[in-house]
Design a protein around this ligand. Structure first.
Ligand code: CP3
Length: 358
């Protein structure tokens, strides 16, 4: 055994990200704690609202661990949301039934952006750090804990639009109309998020992932200048080792398959892939610079077990190498998925992953 996470009972997730030998392919699922689980819905009801659940460390830990009780997952992910950071900047987040996240006070111009502060992670965001500490203690070394953030661009889309959007008219309008204002917003977000992730690492997060959910809506040039540039700033500012162990960083731009090489150039450890690229092609393009995480279409989980197993097998065999792959979906699991199908997926990853190494 290496010195990496030696006290962990199961460290194959960290080892695969660092391209160290593993016995089988590790797996976790984006949004693994969520509404497809009846026990999640019960705890959320008990908490009152989604944000009340995020603010209660014991309940946040309970829902983080729920999927681990059902499935043989190789990592846990902090139960929280990417929008905690803009909320702490004073935008007033709430979740409206059927519509998703809404900000009471969106920012739409230079004056509003200049007025924004950088939140103290152990101040306004201390509830997130308390959740990290509680989860680490409740996990008791079972599997590693993933911390996360939204990318500056993705956070900015919600902060300018004020809610989910299909056309990104307001945020892209501001970017083209007043690029200096957009750069100031993204710069403040990069600083906020760097502090936020470093505080999560200090509190016990053993890997961090940057979710750039909306980077894929940009042009090649605006992706580089307004999204990747600020993720680079974060990667450069992160603490990469804690407690004697490396803390891997994963970047995930949904819809970003055409930019994998430049993403790998940031110096991150792993890249998340959506389902629009074959994982063998992605591996050939990035070489051994980074590990890859993904990339099954979440809709495969609507199919019968045999189809799920066939899709898992194909992705593992397409990747083909004995380490450097973390199995995941290409985006979050849908709320209408039958949990029994998730068990089929997780068990199939371990089965075909060990067959690959036999
Ligand atoms: O993966 C996990 O299990 C950890 C928890 C997690 C949540 N949100 C919990 C959540 C993570 C990693 C996120 C990240 C997040 N949040 C992203 C980036 C990843 C992605 O999916 O692209 C984004 C864009 C958000 C913003 C957000 N939060 C939206 C758009 C919504 C509404 C979604 C919906 O389907 O209603 C949320 C709410 C949210 N975040 C839920 C959960 C479990 C559902 C809230 C509920 O219980 O009602």
């Amino acid at each position: 055994m290496s010195d990496v996470a030696s006290h962990l009972e199961n460290d194959r997730f960290l080892r695969a990200l660092l391209k160290q030998p593993v016995d089988t392919t590790p797996v976790w699922i984006m949004r693994q704690a969520g509404r497809y689980l009846p026990e999640y819905k019960a705890t959320r009801k008990q908490a009152g609202s989604f944000m009340d659940l995020c603010r209660n460390a014991d309940l946040a830990s309970e829902v983080t661990l729920q999927p681990l009780e059902r499935f043989d997952l190789d990592a846990a992910i902090l139960f929280s949301d990417i929008l905690t950071v803009p909320d702490a900047m004073g935008l007033g987040l709430y979740f409206s039934e059927g519509e998703g996240p809404v900000f009471e006070r969106p920012v739409r111009n230079m004056a509003a952006i200049k007025a924004l502060g950088v939140p103290d992670p152990e101040g306004e965001l201390q509830y997130v750090m308390n959740a990290v500490r509680t989860i680490r203690s409740d996990l008791n070394g079972r599997v590693p804990l993933i911390g996360f953030t939204g990318s500056p661009w993705t956070l900015a889309t919600y902060m300018v639009e004020g809610r989910s959007t299909k056309d990104f008219g307001k945020v892209k309008g501001l970017m083209y109309e007043d690029p200096a204002a957009m750069h100031l917003l993204l710069d403040k977000l990069a600083d906020s998020v760097t502090l936020y992730l470093n505080a999560q690492i200090a509190a016990g997060a053993q890997t961090v992932m940057i979710f750039d959910t909306w980077g894929g809506t940009l042009t090649p040039q605006t992706y580089r200048d307004f999204s990747l540039n600020y993720m680079q700033k974060i990667v450069d500012g992160l603490v990469r080792e804690n407690d004697g162990r490396k803390v891997p960083v994963i970047l995930f731009t949904k819809g970003g398959a055409q930019w994998l090489e430049t993403m790998a150039d940031t110096g991150c450890d792993g890249l998340g892939l959506d389902w629009t690229i074959n994982i063998a092609e992605a591996r050939d393009r990035v070489g051994d610079r980074v590990a890859l995480q993904g990339n099954m279409d979440p809709c495969v989980l609507y199919a019968e077990p045999e189809a799920i197993r066939a899709n898992v097998k194909r992705i593992i065999e397409d990747f083909g190498l004995p380490t450097g792959h973390v199995f995941n979906l290409g985006h979050g699991i849908h709320q209408y998925i039958n949990p029994d199908n998730v068990k089929v997926l997780v068990d199939a990853v371990h089965e075909f992953g060990s067959a690959l190494r036999a």
